[in-house]
Design a protein around this ligand. Structure first.
Ligand SMILES: NC(=O)c1ccc[n+]([C@@H]2O[C@H](COP(=O)([O-])OP(=O)(O)OC[C@H]3O[C@@H](n4cnc5c(N)ncnc54)[C@H](O)[C@@H]3O)[C@@H](O)[C@H]2O)c1
Length: 327
């Protein structure tokens, strides 16, 4: 049984804890949060030891794996310490606040041999995995154009309002939109050129819209958290191939000259391995990414999906080419 130390018990830490409680071969052995009640909530029903700060956990806990779900501006500091302690580290996305920090992490990973996975969870989300397979199969011909959107109400849960402090989170461009940017880069590579706009009124980077030009197709990527709470969160895509359109917009659909049909994805078994948190399909791609991560750790195998170098490359593209774009 591998022992996991989870640092940061807020929104994403809670999601990860629910996944770990449903995964086999691992146990939540330590949790840390500066808000004791948050750590206590996650430790409930487990034997996890509670720490009042991530550094105390790294210094004192008996763990094989560390998972960092801290606000983004703290990722680098804690990840560098964690890599001295464990051989497997999970860091939420975006990997770091700056490119220089993610480069430091890569250096430390090479020095220590610590395998690092980053929470670029869209790479593990069922519909996006299915789309990757469809593109690779070439069965509908080449991609002609594509569009990926992530539209969200304003996130209101962050500890000490860190999400809305652009210097701490990078705004929606870095926090939310990076999901689609990372996925598009993983699917198509870097574009030949791009044109990108972001909002100029109000909070920096809270709306980003980018068109990417590839050799023979075009991809649009749009993200915002500028919507009111009454607006539903939407993560959608539409990919136009020579012989079909694949669309994920509430329903996952295939349109061809022969007609329209729903693409059905078999959901994972609902029975929770740990029996604690119910429905695995509710945990979506988070379960899938942590299943992969823990299986690699249990096998002592390298992390090859959503690896540190991939997340660092996506962050560099986002910060240096997209968000700093000037016409
Ligand atoms: N993959 C995704 O879809 C997704 C979704 C949401 C957030 N995230 C990412 O997850 C990370 C965490 O975001 P969140 O929404 O959970 O934020 P959050 O504010 O809900 O949680 C952060 C937690 O860290 C705790 N904390 C702060 N300093 C600490 C310290 N020194 N030691 C221990 N705990 C400390 C806070 O008390 C808080 O509970 C961010 O990087 C964010 O971008 C990813």
């Amino acid at each position: 049984m591998l022992k996991i130390g989870l640092i940061g018990c807020g929104f994403m830490g809670t999601m990860h804890a629910n996944c770990y409680k449903n995964l086999e071969g691992v146990e939540l052995a330590a949790v840390a949060d500066v808000r004791p009640e948050k750590a206590q909530e996650l430790a409930a029903g487990t034997n996890a030891v509670i720490y009042g700060d991530g550094k105390e956990l790294i210094a004192g806990a008996d763990v094989d794996i560390i998972d960092i779900c801290l606000p983004t501006y703290l990722h680098a500091e804690y990840a560098l310490l964690a890599m001295e302690k464990v051989k497997y580290l999970f860091v939420e996305k975006p990997v770091t606040l700056t490119v220089a920090e993610s480069e430091e992490l890569m250096k430390k990973s090479a020095e220590t041999g610590c395998q690092v996975q980053v929470g670029q969870v869209i790479r593990f989300w069922d519909e996006y995995v299915a789309l990757r397979d469809i593109v690779a199969s070439n069965k509908y011909g080449k991609v002609v154009n594509a569009n990926f959107r992530r539209l969200s109400p304003s996130p209101d849960w962050g500890w000490n309002n860190w999400l809305h402090t652009t210097e701490l989170s990078g705004g929606a461009g870095q926090d939310l939109h990076i999901h689609d940017v990372d996925y598009v880069l993983s699917l198509f590579g870097e574009p030949k050129s791009l044109y990108s706009i972001k909002n100029v009124v109000g909070e920096a980077n809270s709306y980003v819209n980018t068109v990417m030009q590839y050799d023979d197709f075009v991809v649009g990527v749009e993200g915002t958290w500028n919507l009111p709470a009454s607006h539903p969160f939407q993560a959608t895509f539409r990919v136009v191939f020579e012989k079909a359109v694949v669309e994920n917009d509430g329903k996952f659909m295939l349109y061809t000259e022969a007609g329209a049909e729903q693409i059905v994805i078999e959901k994972k078994e609902l029975a929770a391995a740990g029996g604690t948190q119910g429905n695995i399909s509710d945990l979506g791609g988070y379960y899938n990414e942590l299943l992969y991560f823990t299986q690699q750790a249990i096998a002592g195998a390298p992390i090859q999906q959503a690896a540190l170098k991939d997340a660092a490359a996506s962050l560099k593209f986002l910060l240096e080419k997209e968000l700093s774009f000037h016409a």
